[in-house]
Design a protein around this ligand. Structure first.
Ligand code: 13P
Ligand code: SF4
Length: 307
């Protein structure tokens, strides 16, 4: 492992590549990242960073978003098969038909979408800013919210907004957290606070002391005096939690299948070996149709202006 990490550091220096990684990546992949973050922070970093080449250690839509915002940069992705079940649950052609049924509605789409769906979107959002994005839209305007029905329902509940039409998509990882499993853990650790990602089902989100994005969860755990947390999101985030707050205890929530934690197999497809091969070959890269990219870029820039 040490030799692989040293090799990546040499290749990065030699080729002038900056590595961005999401919190759900394997701990050893997080260790070679120049920047680690949630999907919002990484998109902004990809746009603003002074580098000719970015290697995106994350799933495909994250690399695409980086390329949409920085077309002049080369974006390397270690494994193009690392997709996202949530993005896949909303094919652009089907979404275009759905959108046509509501000609007066404004489209808000989560960044966990393909570039084709972003091109059909008015304002993107992430789990960090979905609430602010929806609240920025006049009350009487109908909204199509895609693709995550759980995040959409959560926003509807918090805002009390009735005129939101939800696309019926979900993340297979967050859908599988078990309410009963979390309640069992609460019996063992009654003092623990429950931190939940809003892609979880409503009955799970209801158990949350805090519900928010991966970056939001990290800050909440740091700012709170409590020292035990039940973590209801992909357990890759535990590496950063334990590094940042070594005196606190983080317990991964179980899945409905009885697994003690619930991993995203797509994020785990990014390995040190795939990063080495990608740096050596300087491929695969993200390539986008320019017209689609420009349309998608408007919806992401609209989000960045709001939050
Ligand atoms: P964040 O927006 O919190 O980074 O979440 C991304 C993601 O893929 C959640 O499943
Ligand atoms: Fe996609 Fe879910 Fe994996 Fe996040 S955890 S990348 S939403 S499949």
């Amino acid at each position: 492992m040490k030799e692989k990490i040293a090799k990546i550091e040499d290749l990065k220096r030699e080729k002038g590549v900056v590595i961005l990684a999401h919190y759900y990546c394997r701990p050893e992949v997080q260790a070679v990242a120049d920047f680690l973050g949630d999907s919002l922070a990484l998109s902004v970093k990809a746009r603003d960073i002074d580098a000719k080449t970015i290697l995106f250690a994350g799933v495909h839509f994250m690399g695409e978003t980086a390329k949409v915002l920085s077309p002049e940069k080369r974006v390397l992705i270690p494994n193009p098969e690392a997709t996202c079940s949530l993005a896949e649950s909303c094919p652009a052609a089907d979404f275009a038909k759905f959108k046509a049924e509501y000609p007066d509605a404004l489209v808000v789409a989560y960044v966990n979408t393909t570039v084709g769906v972003k091109a059909l979107t008015d304002i993107c959002c992430t789990s960090s800013n979905a609430l602010q994005v929806v609240e920025s839209i006049p009350q009487d305007k109908q909204i199509i919210f895609a693709p995550d029905r759980n995040l959409g329902s959560y926003i509807q509940k918090v805002t009390g907004r009735q005129n939101m039409i939800l696309w019926d998509g979900a993340c297979h990882v967050h859908e599988k957290f078990s309410k009963e499993g979390i309640l069992e853990l609460k019996k063992v650790y009654p003092e623990a606070l429950v931190v939940v990602h809003p892609e979880c089902r409503g009955e799970v989100a209801e158990l949350a002391d805090y519900c928010g994005s991966t970056a939001g969860i990290l800050s909440y755990c740091g700012a709170n005096d409590c020292d035990t947390f039940i973590v209801v999101t992909e357990p890759g985030i535990l590496a950063e939690m334990e590094k940042k707050y070594p005196s606190k205890k983080f317990i991964p929530a179980p899945s409905i299948e009885g697994k003690s934690c619930n991993e995203c197999e797509y994020m785990k497809m990014i390995t040190l070996d795939s990063i080495i091969a990608c740096l050596e070959n300087e491929s695969p890269t993200i390539e986008l149709d320019e017209e689609t990219r420009k349309k998608a870029s408007k919806s992401i820039e609209a989000m960045v202006k709001i939050a």
